[in-house]
Design a protein around this ligand. Structure first.
Ligand SMILES: [Zn+2]
Length: 313
């Protein structure tokens, strides 16, 4: 099997490690993640790497070179809900394939290679981002350990349950000496390369993500009253609030309202949100628009990747 076939096959295998049958959902510190890491650990070993796992849960495969410095490669192996199979795993699989090639020809480079399989980039489980790379960068926010997931499981406990020690996350900080660089292969989440017929694009930097909580406030406008005031479409004013939310998000993406980005909270007011199921659908639409805008523009992620919460009902 040639290396590219192997990369594709391994991405297929990782796609089978999911918490939700029929789709790919692999949150931080989950059972699906544990299964995925068993594969990745073995593949790193086969490529001649010594493998370790840090406290936050990143796998680190090291291939020693003759010099003291290290070149980093990798990507994330967690996923969003109902993810694509190449988002993250592709970068880890290609990194391992690169080391495998050096190993197969018994080649020692003048520097070491280290492949990082980050345990969390997407923040699906705890509504945060980059837990894995933050720990390596020494930028992990310890207050994040107190966050709870949707089932009330505190992050510190989830880390413990998956084999890490939350009180030692400071030790995950890179301590391997000079870093020559970091290279990540990532699938493009947009249409540009395909439209231009290009097999690959090379960038020197990527956008970070800013996440906001969108609180929709206001009141439900009863259907009977709609008839009274003669409104035909009760979703139109809510749609205007949606436009306002998108505009705010766009401004955050451009870096304009820093105070807003820092507060991570946008309040969208409408006096006539629909109630019950209709509202849930509307909230889902808002969530979708934020998601698709994020993907389409390949820029900054605008918002929490969940439908906004409905307050005040
Ligand atoms: Zn990704």
């Amino acid at each position: 099997m040639n290396p590219s076939q192997q990369v594709m096959e391994r991405c297929d295998l990782l796609a089978s490690c999911s918490d939700e049958p029929g789709s790919i959902t692999r949150p931080f510190a989950s059972d699906a993640m544990r299964r995925a890491q068993q594969y990745v650990r073995e593949w790193m070993r086969q490529a001649g790497m010594t493998v370790s796992r840090d406290n936050i849960g990143n796998l680190r495969g090291r291939y020693e070179g003759s010099g003291a410095a290290t070149f980093l490669l990798g990507s994330h192996i967690d996923s969003v809900r109902d993810a694509g199979k190449y988002d993250g795993p592709l970068g880890v699989m290609i990194a391992i394939a690169a080391v495998q090639r050096a190993h197969d020809s018994s080649k020692r480079l003048p520097f070491s290679l280290e492949v990082l399989a980050f345990a969390d980039e997407e923040g699906l489980r705890y509504g945060s981002t980059y837990l894995g790379s933050r720990a390596v960068a020494g930028a992990f926010d310890l207050s994040d350990l107190e966050r709870s997931d949707a089932d009330g499981v505190v992050m510190a406990d989830a880390i413990r349950a998956s084999g890490g020690d939350p009180s030692n996350i400071g030790e995950d900080r890179w301590s391997g000496g000079d870093v020559l660089g970091y290279l990540e292969v990532h699938i493009e989440q947009g249409p540009v390369l395909e439209a231009r017929g290009l097999p690959v694009g090379v960038v020197s930097a990527i956008a970070g993500q800013s996440r906001m909580e969108i609180a929709l406030t206001g009141e439900h406008f009863p259907a009977a009253r709609l008839a009274e005031v003669g409104l035909v479409n009760r979703l139109v004013p809510a749609g205007q609030a949606l436009s306002a939310a998108m505009e705010l998000a766009g401004r955050v993406a451009l870096g304009a309202p820093l105070a807003l980005a820092a507060s991570k909270r946008v309040i969208v007011e409408s006096a006539d949100w629909p109630s019950g199921e209709a509202f849930a659908r509307q909230a889902e639409v808002i969530g979708q628009i934020f998601r698709s805008k994020d993907a389409r523009e390949g820029a900054v992620a605008f918002a929490e990747k969940r439908p906004p919460r409905w307050r005040g009902q």
